[in-house]
Design a protein around this ligand. Structure first.
Ligand code: FES
Length: 566
């Protein structure tokens, strides 16, 4: 019986002669200086994502060396390969548009190239979900290595971290409380080291969810990017990838209904980013696991917020790591978690947590279960005639005085309309009004950017107004805060009721009832739906055309229809 192929003998290029294909591949591999001894080893591929357009990954060369060290010491051959990298602030119109492209790149390169296992190196917001989506679809043994968060900077004696403080200072600048000189000083000190945003934004949330899912090494989600522990985690991740070879512990054994529910519990308890709902839905969707917003609400009612980090609380990710990190958090949540969920080390979650009640925990950052920051979860889904398939509100980062409220709609029909009019002194708007942004969802030309954090109109901001109800089909940065209803589904551009709202309509929000209602009768809504619309020319070619044809709504994780399993 012949032994199954390993390493570079896997998945040969088809030249019609198998032996020739192997001979040619070995010959070309040797042009890179590999010896026969190296080429006889199993291969660990490393999906490597540094980019001059991705500041969050600027330490990846050093991290890569550590991964390779771990792979080599464990007896396999590490081979890194590039995929698309998505740097949050460098992509137009928004990085979400390209998450699925990166997932396709990852899936196809993992599947097409000869590797026995793969290490996925990601960090910035969309890179972690894109890599996990691709890895689930490729379903080869895979382990994720998170890049880790930035350290904080300093400004006039206070700590600064991207990007909650970015927004706080920008709001003060818009309100005239911070001058040009100071905002430039702040700009110089917000993001001062390698790594992802320093607060519990989307990148940190996804790192914590990856640990909740069990697809990274335990205790590694929160290690700062520049900490030596991060390099040790990289080396150990490389060694773990070697153990995965031939173990049958493929992503479909890790991403299961139980681990997805564990990840949702983690998301709620950390007061995590609203974006994570979309990403987790997409990752789970690749494994054929639905994520229901009704279930999110049930979990939210019984999951306390325990982590005191910005934008919900006061601390930064470096504090979370020093406080005990994800291990400490999940030990607090243990009776809410599926402890029999399998993890990447081959242990169950229960086994890997170990329940060491003597481990030191900083209670200023990770609260005890019976003394939570909030008794209920950070996120809540809303339903009603304005959002038949749901909308999301991050109640932990919102003003609870605005939770039970009816208001007059002030409508902006697009991002361009918002930019043109929001600071117009003649804008008819009051603090009790509800700002509504249309055509910023996944089916719009803008592809669901993080624009749901609508700026408070200057005429109100300069009078000291800090929050008001804002509603849109857009997303919001995980680092932002405010009473902001997001992901309204179906979105305006796909014919959802949000597009039928007109200036002066009344909207009723009730967080208690989990509802959002447009108080306009059905006959009038039907009449408005029949009105002629401005025709938008669809993209004619390339990825934009594929995106426009295939994008699904937020309730399906904004994945492409053809990427979901049949
Ligand atoms: Fe990369 Fe915030 S910009 S994580």
């Amino acid at each position: 019986m012949s032994t199954p192929p390993v390493g570079i003998s896997l998945g040969l290029t088809n030249y019609g002669d198998r032996d020739f294909s192997l001979y040619l591949r070995r010959s070309f591999a040797k042009s890179m200086g590999y010896t026969n001894a190296s080429l006889a080893k199993p291969v660990v591929g490393i999906a490597y994502t540094p980019s001059g357009f991705n500041n969050c990954h600027r330490h990846f060369p050093e991290l890569l060396e550590a991964v390779k060290r771990g792979v080599l010491a464990a007896g396999a051959l590490p081979i890194d390969f590039p995929t698309i990298s998505l740097g949050e602030a460098f992509l137009s119109p928004t990085s979400l548009k390209f998450r699925n492209l990166m997932s396709m790149d990852t899936e196809e390169m993992v599947r097409a190239q000869p590797m026995d296992a793969v290490v996925l190196m990601g960090g910035c917001d969309k890179t972690v979900p894109a890599q996990l989506m691709g890895a689930v679809s490729a379903n080869r043994p895979a382990v994720m290595l998170i890049g880790g968060p930035m350290m904080t900077g300093r400004h006039h004696g206070e700590r600064l971290g991207a990007c909650t403080d970015c927004r706080r200072f920008w709001a003060q600048y818009r309100a005239g409380k911070v001058d040009q000189k100071e905002i430039t000083e702040v700009e110089n000190n917000l993001a001062t080291t390698a790594g992802t945003c320093a607060v519990m934004g989307t990148a940190s949330t996804m790192a914590c969810l990856a640990e909740g899912l069990g697809i990274i090494l335990p205790g590694t989600a929160a290690i700062p990017a520049v900490h030596a522990d991060r390099l040790r985690a990289a080396e150990e991740t490389g060694a773990l990838a070697v153990k995965l070879i031939g173990s049958k512990l493929t992503p479909d054994k890790i991403i299961t209904p139980k681990s997805v529910e564990n990840a949702l519990r983690v998301l709620l308890s950390i007061g995590g980013s609203t974006n994570a709902i979309i990403h987790l839905t997409a990752i789970a969707g690749r494994a054929g696991i639905p994520v229901s917003l009704e279930r999110l609400n049930e979990l939210s009612d019984t999951t306390p917020v325990l982590v005191n980090l910005k934008p919900v609380g006061n601390g930064y990710m470096e504090d979370f790591y020093a406080a005990g990190g994800m291990g400490a958090l999940m030990r607090e949540l243990k009776d809410l978690l599926h402890l029999d969920a399998m993890t990447i080390t081959g242990e169950t979650l229960g086994e890997r947590l170990g329940f060491d009640s003597h481990a030191w925990v900083d209670r200023d950052i990770i609260a005890e279960r019976n003394k939570p920051l909030e008794p209920q979860g950070g996120l809540v889904a809303l339903f009603g005639n304005l959002a038949p398939q749901g909308a999301i509100l991050k109640r932990s980062a919102a003003d609870s005085n605005l939770f039970e409220k009816e208001g007059r709609a002030v409508v902006f029909t697009s991002l361009a309309d918002l930019a043109a009019r929001v600071d117009d002194p003649a804008l008819d708007i009051n603090p009790d009004d509800f700002m509504v942004l249309q055509n910023a969802g996944p089916h719009s030309e803008s592809a669901m950017p993080e624009a749901g954090y609508l700026p408070i109109p200057k005429k109100l901001a300069t009078k000291g107004l800090k929050d008001m109800v804002r509603i849109s089909d857009a997303r919001m940065s995980g680092t932002a805060f405010g009473t902001i209803v997001l992901h309204v589904t179906p979105d305006s551009a796909s014919g959802g009721p949000l597009g039928l709202v007109r200036n002066g309509d009344r909207i009723k929000l009730s967080v208690k009832a989990r509802s959002i209602h447009l108080m306009v009768d059905d006959a009038e809504l039907k009449r408005r739906a029949g009105e002629a619309k401005v025709a938008v020319k669809p993209p004619e070619r390339g990825y934009a055309k594929l995106y426009a044809q295939e994008i699904l709504g937020a309730d399906e994780g904004c994945d492409f229809g053809f990427l979901k399993p049949r």
